[in-house]
Design a protein around this ligand. Structure first.
Ligand SMILES: NC(=O)c1ccc[n+]([C@@H]2O[C@H](COP(=O)([O-])OP(=O)(O)OC[C@H]3O[C@@H](n4cnc5c(N)ncnc54)[C@H](O)[C@@H]3O)[C@@H](O)[C@H]2O)c1
Length: 246
């Protein structure tokens, strides 16, 4: 069994790669190839099988090359975790066109290209499982982050569209909507003081009383890609500390 994970060099993708590496061959894909190779090495050191692959999910040719490498190394792709992401925070009146394009390309186009690249073979085999990374913000909305929230809402919608078309062909397609998870993405664009203050604020405000860790999300991804979730498709699951009760 093989899974491709994008954004797997860091944070949620890395934790999911390490967890899924216990039961699947893992293609650890990221634009950060050094990081991807390092995570693949960690999986192998723990007794698993993995391959680090460089990918830019915003480019169709790069995504196609990633999937070709996966097939060459491990055969058919059984599962995809389309998870790569970035963040840019700005009030709406200060969003640049390049930031808008970066967010839409990385999140929406990236998920679209990765799903499209594996769906054909999954249809031929009559089976497959996909998880896309959306966010609590897809549903809540949040000030100062309109590019990100818009992209994440589009991923939720895209996930439902793909699930509607492909669930009857044997492919389960779901999304996750994490709350605040302690990863480099949450720290990006913030200095150490701002980052520490934000973590304190979340810990105090979240109903479960703590920030999420990447492993809290990895459990959910593992579940959704497993047979235990064989009756679940077209859903968004929220590992979020109770931030959004939906
Ligand atoms: N951390 C949170 O609080 C949180 C909450 C909800 C959703 N998310 C989402 O979870 C996903 C993972 O984020 P994370 O928090 O683990 O962040 P992270 O920064 O730790 O990891 C993101 C990874 O994506 C990779 N990446 C970015 N652009 C890419 C591209 N074009 N092609 C290939 N790889 C690319 C980065 O190199 C990085 O390794 C993202 O989609 C993010 O939006 C995060």
């Amino acid at each position: 069994m093989q899974v491709i994970i994008t954004g797997a060099a860091s944070g949620i993708g890395r934790a999911s790669a390490l967890r899924l590496g216990r039961r699947m061959k893992v293609v650890v894909a990221d634009r950060n190839i050094e990081g991807a190779r390092q995570v693949a090495g960690e999986i192998e050191a723990a007794g698993g099988v993995a391959l680090g692959v460089e990918v830019d999910v915003t480019r169709r040719a790069s995504v196609a090359a990633m999937v070709a490498s996966a097939r060459k190394a491990f055969g058919p792709v059984d599962a995809l975790f389309a998870n790569a992401g970035v963040n840019r925070r700005n009030p709406v009146d200060q969003i640049s066109e390049s930031d808008w394009d970066l967010m839409m390309d990385t999140h929406v186009k990236g998920v679209f290209l990765c799903c499209q690249a594996v769906l054909g073979e999954m249809v031929e085999r009559g089976k497959g499982a996909i998880v896309n990374t959306s966010s609590d913000f897809a549903i809540m909305g949040v000030a100062g982050n309109a590019t990100y929230t818009s992209a994440k809402t589009a991923i939720y919608s895209l996930t439902k569209a793909i699930a509607t078309e492909f669930t009857p062909k044997g492919i389960r397609v779901n999304a996750i909507g994490p709350g605040p998870i302690d990863t480099p993405l949450l720290a990006s664009g913030r200095n150490d003081e701002q980052h520490a203050a934000l973590k304190q604020k979340f810990a105090a405000a979240l109903p479960l009383g703590r920030m999420g860790q990447p492993e809290d999300v990895a459990f959910v991804v593992d579940f959704l890609l497993s047979e235990r979730a064989s009756y679940i498709s077209g859903q968004i699951l929220h590992p979020n500390g109770g931030q959004l009760m939906w």
